[in-house]
Design a protein around this ligand. Structure first.
Ligand code: ADP
Ligand code: MG
Length: 684
């Protein structure tokens, strides 16, 4: 019997393994099983080169659970180890600068284990004794048993073992007894070992007999040794990809597309990525990509490893260049991992562009499901944005799809305004903005549907990139003003006229502290609507954005502001004006004369003040001026009151405002009821 101490820095290592690995103790089984898989593959390689003449049975790894003995045993018929090799590979955990490294990463056990191939030692996370019983493939090799209780002392004995290969026996410690449960072992194997390239056997297949599950004679192989991503794309049919998806995510809807990654330069990478069906609730869909290293599962939280927007994809990425087992921060800074990320980014764009070119119809039919993903990519990755512009689609209210270029051609002539800006009209809700959409279409404009959560951000991005293009929602102004072609030739009302009439219509606007109406007058033609309610594009966007950010800024606090545009040439509006003249004409004239008198007096006094210093102006004049100003204000107030009273009593004005509200879906409840009753009265 040989005894000894495990090699360099082990004194530091054991406490670290035991103490810091507890958060991730499941991985011990992966480490031991993947070592076993490696060993069988090594033997196969030797045999194929003729260096091993013995029998290479079917390679296989067996996991056994013995509850009574309290052990988990992993056996393989692989390469085995001689006593010297045990000494070399197991005892001497030889690496340079070990102590320094351990110091640096003592809080990050994963980094320690993966970086220095301490995979084997992870068995001590759950065991108070580990035995290695192994027989090398080499001729005349003697089988040995290495045994260690977790302290640096170990023993090494010669033992009897018939077949070439290795058994790793882990005596599970009391605190980790949970690992002696069948379900637990199954779960771990299923997570980490499901796609290992060599059969992994765990117990027997079960069947139902007389109301209970019993073992059959057949081995229970837990893994698929040749998952789809390891095959060449030419050998796979669409159905195979779908089946593999189902294997990965039994509960998910069918994916839209898949991308088979197959790279061997400048790094090795294989994998299959799927575009899942995602709607607006994309947050919940993250972390579905599984990362493998040589078919060994590494992690399924790929943030920082693949570009952010690609975390919405599903599927598998496998690269031997992804270090097994290291910590997240280590992975993220790894240069291979970075290259992988940008490569995937490119591949995804290439694939989408290819699908778009090869089968546009199919691409269009999936666009609505796909767009959120593509928009997310465009917003977060500039490189993807550039690539995506060739297949990013705009959809109009007719349900037609256009590339950016196509759409530009479509609207350029008809929708460019006098300042040479091309105006892209859009709606966020065809139903709610129906009247506006129709008006725009009747005018020969095209209207886009931009209705998803990312659209406002994308609009901002487009407007930053293309300064000669603007996105304008159809209800942000009356149709005449959405795209201003030439300076308004029509005769506008004077400011005085507008000011005088604004109280009449202000009086019939709904009163609501969260909603503010600004009355404006425009000539929309005799056949236009008498009144239109619009929402200013800029204000709306600011409010929307502040709402998205939690509403804590000045735009969020402002009441909703709408424009009530009164059509100055509409016959009904004229009727109201005539009624006003009839009812108030005389009085307003009187007030007008009085106002004029005051204004003249004020003007005279102001003129006398000109060029004088304050102290040179007689006190009496100052007082007189103040008095006049306040009288003027009173007169104006009185005038406004008269106009307001008139407005309130004018059913026609009220009716027109209500019609405009109705067109915007804003007339509800008691107001709607009153409107209906008033309508009946008016048509009687
Ligand atoms: P790594 O697998 O990264 O090399 P490990 O700590 O997991 O590091 O294993 C250390 C070494 O021990 C392996 O490289 C291998 O030479 C040897 N070894 C471990 N398990 C076995 C096994 N089942 N059969 C043969 N050799 C093994
Ligand atoms: Mg290993």
């Amino acid at each position: 019997m040989q005894t000894g101490k495990i090699g360099v820095s082990s004194e530091n290592l054991f406490p670290i393994i035991k103490k810091f690995l507890y958060s991730d103790h499941d991985i011990f089984l992966r480490e031991i099983v993947s070592n076993a898989v490696d060993a069988t593959q090594k033997l196969k390689t030797l045999a194929s080169k003729g260096e091993y003449k013995g029998e290479v049975g079917d390679a296989k790894v067996t996991v056994k659970l013995d509850k009574d003995a309290g052990t988990i045993t992993v056996s393989d018929n692989g390469i085995g180890m001689t006593a010297e090799e045990v000494e070399k590979y197991i005892n001497q955990i030889a690496f340079s600068g070990a102590n320094e490294f351990l110091d640096k990463y003592k809080d990050d056990a994963n980094a320690i284990i993966g970086h220095f191939g301490l995979g084997f030692y992870s068995s001590f996370m759950v065991s108070n004794r580990v035995e290695v019983i192994t027989k090398s493939y080499k001729e005349d090799a003697k089988a040995v048993k290495w045994s260690c209780d977790g302290s640096p002392e170990f023993t090494l004995d010669e033992v009897e073992k018939e077949d070439v290969g290795t058994d790793i026996v882990m005596h599970v410690m009391e605190e980790e007894k949970g690992f002696l449960e069948d379900a637990r072992i199954s779960e771990i194997l299923n997570k980490y070992c499901k796609f290992l390239p060599v059969p992994v056997i765990y117990g027997k297949k079960k069947e139902w007999k007389d109301g209970q599950q019993v073992d059959t004679a057949e081995d229970n192989q837990i893994n698929d040794v040749a998952p789809a991503w390891t095959k060449t794309p030419a050998d796979l049919k669409d159905e195979d990809y779908k089946n593999f998806y189902r294997q990965l995510y039994p509960m998910s809807d069918e994916p839209l597309f898949n991308i088979h990654l197959n790279v061997d330069y400048p790094f090795n990478l294989t994998g299959i990525l799927y575009f899942p069906k995602i709607k607006n609730n994309f947050e919940v869909q993250k972390n579905k990509i599984q990362l493998y290293s040589n078919q060994v599962f590494v992690t399924d939280s790929v943030e920082g490893i693949v570009p952010e927007f690609l975390t919405l994809l599903h599927g598998v990425i496998d690269s031997p260049d992804i270090p097994l087992n290291v910590s997240r921060s280590y992975l993220q800074s790894d240069s291979n991992v970075k290259k992988i990320s940008s490569h995937i980014n490119k591949k995804v764009a290439d694939r989408l562009s290819q699908i778009f070119k090869d089968n546009r119809e199919d691409f269009e039919s999936k666009w609505d499901d796909l767009k959120i993903f593509i928009e997310y990519g465009m917003l977060t990755e500039d490189k993807f944005y550039d690539r995506a512009m060739s297949f990013f689609l705009l959809k109009n209210t007719e349900g037609k799809y256009f590339t950016w270029e196509e759409y530009e051609k479509l609207v350029k002539d008809n929708q460019t305004d006098k300042d040479k800006n091309t105006i892209y009209l859009y709606t966020t809700n065809v139903e709610e903005q129906f009247t506006f959409v129709e008006e725009a279409k009747n005018k020969g404009y095209d209207v886009l549907i931009l209705d998803d959560v990312l659209a406002p951000h994308l609009i901002n991005k487009f407007e930053q990139k293309y300064t000669d293009k603007r996105f304008v929602r159809v209800d942000s102004d009356v149709v005449e003003n959405l795209i201003k072609k030439e300076d308004n030739q029509k005769e506008e009302w004077s400011w005085e006229q507008k000011q005088e009439l604004s109280p009449v219509f202000q009086a019939v606007c709904p009163e609501n502290k969260d909603l503010q109406f600004i009355v404006d007058f425009q000539d929309l033609g005799e056949t236009g609507s008498p009144m239109v309610i619009t929402r200013n594009e800029f204000m709306r966007r600011m409010k929307d954005m502040s709402a998205a950010q939690g509403g804590m800024n000045i735009y969020g606090d402002l009441p909703e502001s709408l424009n009530l545009v009164v059509n100055t040439s509409h016959p009904l509006v004229k009727k109201v004006l005539d009624a006003k003249d009839k009812k108030l004409g005389k009085k307003l004239e009187e007030v007008g004369t009085q106002l004029q008198v005051k204004k003249d007096e004020i003007a005279a006094l102001e003129k006398a003040k000109e060029g004088k210093k304050d102290e040179e102006i007689p006190q009496a004049d100052k007082e007189k001026l103040d008095g006049l100003n306040s009288e003027l204000a009173k007169l104006e107030e009185a005038k406004r009151e008269k106009l307001t009273d008139f407005g309130k009593s004018n059913k026609l004005a009220k009716q027109m405002v209500d019609l405009a509200l109705l067109a915007n879906g804003m007339l509800k409840g008691a107001d709607l009821d009153k409107f209906v009753k008033r309508s009946v009265e008016l048509i009687k």
